[in-house]
Design a protein around this ligand. Structure first.
Ligand code: BG6
Length: 495
């Protein structure tokens, strides 16, 4: 699909996301010729700056993050513009009108505009209203789309309020809620793996699957985002959005066709089937943790409470593990163990499908478990683990693996990053990989009892940085006689 000429307006242009992710993604798309023939980027923030100063800042960011140089860097930067706006003052948005008119004219964009809200969430409701006050939301002259970064609300109530506020000025088809996990090639591949192979899907249900583990582990701490993170925690930062979206990709029914509505209908259906947690369930099925000092790799690291921007008595969770169930025919009785945390031993996101064992043990030892390990990142790939006869006398079984790695694909170097893919899709008007309002609400509904538990003094256990989380998380999974996998940074296991 061709991309129509357009103007991308980035609110929060002096922020971290803009220079670390958005501008580099646009630059890379430009370099490979995937942007519209005529495009412009208008940075908007409070800081007074002219076009040249903004270009210089973005140029430095591109040199730093992308090792950019040469003609393509100069040419790309010539498409960048800047407008200072006091984003809490509706009147001030009037400055955007002549600026956008000029850019639409110069780049023959027919008024097509993509607004990207990369600002503090407190402005998510304000910006649409202020744009509307100057007629900048109407689609009479070109399309108008608005990309909203997470968090979409702070809990179920504020998520509803935010939705109502944005919907007063933009219709659902204009709203693109970005969850960068859906932009990851390996997350999208979950669908292709499941629905383009006759091999896996017949086994993908309660009859053959014993349980499923989903892990989103990070070895980094909160870095310089302590202020933001402390109001968010692992639940809002990773679980409510990224990991529940991954769970939906693993558990959803096949869509009739791949388009935005059909896909998101299935995502919403499965998320609404998550078994609601009562206050009692939360105590038994959820473990929250916070990292203490420890060693990650060879580095001695601070505790969460010693991080910059974090109050010394904070009760914010940097780890959570949850046992979820899905109330439908496919998944009844199959537990999904989902965990995420910072300052764990390594960075790894993976989904592990644990298949049931054989009905009767023929050989003397227990046969190795059959597992399908889907490595989302890093060392992206898929590993099938099963038992084979150990060569030699007798019938001893040992685990072997069949592995696929993305890095072996000849096209691996041309894979788009998550932001590149999602920015491109939003310019094409394809919302398939963006969260729809009902899917976001389904996630909040599931999470709300855990938020309530926490707000009512629910326990947050300490864990040593560099460990796999609090002991209580091991006990959680051990209740059913299972153990968490302890994945390494590398997928391939020596056999
Ligand atoms: C972000 C969270 O949405 O996702 C961060 O705010 C987290 O805290 C990041 O580190 C993880 O993303 P990725 O792509 O590195 O797994």
């Amino acid at each position: 699909m061709n991309i129509q000429n357009n103007c991308i307006v980035i609110f929060g242009a002096s922020g971290d996301l803009t220079h670390r992710k958005l501008i580099p993604a646009l630059y890379n798309l430009y370099k490979i010729g995937r942007l519209a023939e005529n495009f412009s980027v208008l940075g908007v923030a409070r800081t007074e700056m002219d076009d040249n100063a903004f270009r210089q800042k973005m140029r430095e960011a591109l040199i730093k993050h992308e090792k950019a140089n040469g003609e393509s860097l100069d040419n790309f930067c010539a498409h960048l513009y800047y407008q200072a706006v006091n984003t809490s003052d509706s009147q001030d948005y009037g400055k955007l009108v002549p600026r956008l008119d000029e850019l639409h004219d110069k780049y023959q964009t027919c008024g097509n505009t993509l607004y990207y809200l990369s600002t503090p969430p407190s402005l998510y409701g304000v910006i649409p209203e202020c744009l509307a006050a100057h007629g900048l939301n109407t689609e009479e002259y070109g399309w108008k789309r608005i990309i909203v970064e997470k968090p979409f609300g702070y809990d179920i109530k504020t998520a509803h309020e935010l939705d109502v506020q944005i919907h007063r000025f933009f219709e659902e088809h204009q709203i693109y809620r970005i969850d960068h996990y859906l932009g990851k090639e390996t997350v999208q591949n979950l669908l292709v793996l499941r629905f383009s192979n006759g091999l896996f899907e017949p086994l993908w249900n309660r009859n053959f699957i014993d349980y499923i583990e989903i892990t989103g582990a990070e070895s980094i701490g909160v870095e310089d985002r302590g202020g933001y993170y402390d109001g968010s925690g692992a639940m809002r930062d990773m679980f409510q959005n990224h990991l529940l979206q991954v769970l939906a990709m693993v558990a959803m029914e096949p869509p009739a066709i791949i388009n935005a509505n059909s896909m998101r209908d299935e995502v919403a259906k499965v998320l609404y089937c998550l078994h609601p947690l009562t206050a009692e369930d939360v105590k038994n099925n959820v473990v929250l943790g916070q990292y203490a000092r420890g060693e990650v790799g060879d580095e001695q690291v601070k505790s969460y409470l010693e991080e910059k921007g974090v109050p010394s008595d904070s009760n914010t969770e940097t780890y959570m593990a949850v046992r979820c169930e899905i109330d439908n025919w496919r998944w009844a009785g199959v537990p999904f163990y989902v965990r995420t945390g910072k300052r764990l031993p390594t960075r790894v996101t993976e989904v592990v499908i644990h298949f049931k064992t054989t009905p009767h043990p023929v050989f003397s030892q227990n046969a190795p478990e059959n597992k399908l390990i889907i490595r989302v990142q890093p060392d992206e790939g898929i590993s099938m683990r099963f038992g084979l006869k150990k060569p030699g006398a007798g019938f001893e079984a040992k685990e072997v693996s069949m592995d696929f790695r993305y890095s072996d694909l000849s096209s691996a170097s041309s894979l788009l990053t998550a932001y590149e893919r999602l920015l491109l899709d939003s310019m094409k008007g394809d919302a398939t990989l963006f969260a729809r309002t009902d899917t976001v609400h389904a996630c909040w509904e599931f999470v709300q009892p855990i938020l309530d538990y926490k707000a009512n003094g629910g326990r947050v256990y300490e864990y040593e940085a560099g460990s796999w989380g609090p002991k209580e998380a091991d006990k959680l999974i051990a209740k059913s006689g299972r153990v968490w996998r302890k994945p390494s940074g590398q997928m391939k296991k020596k056999i």
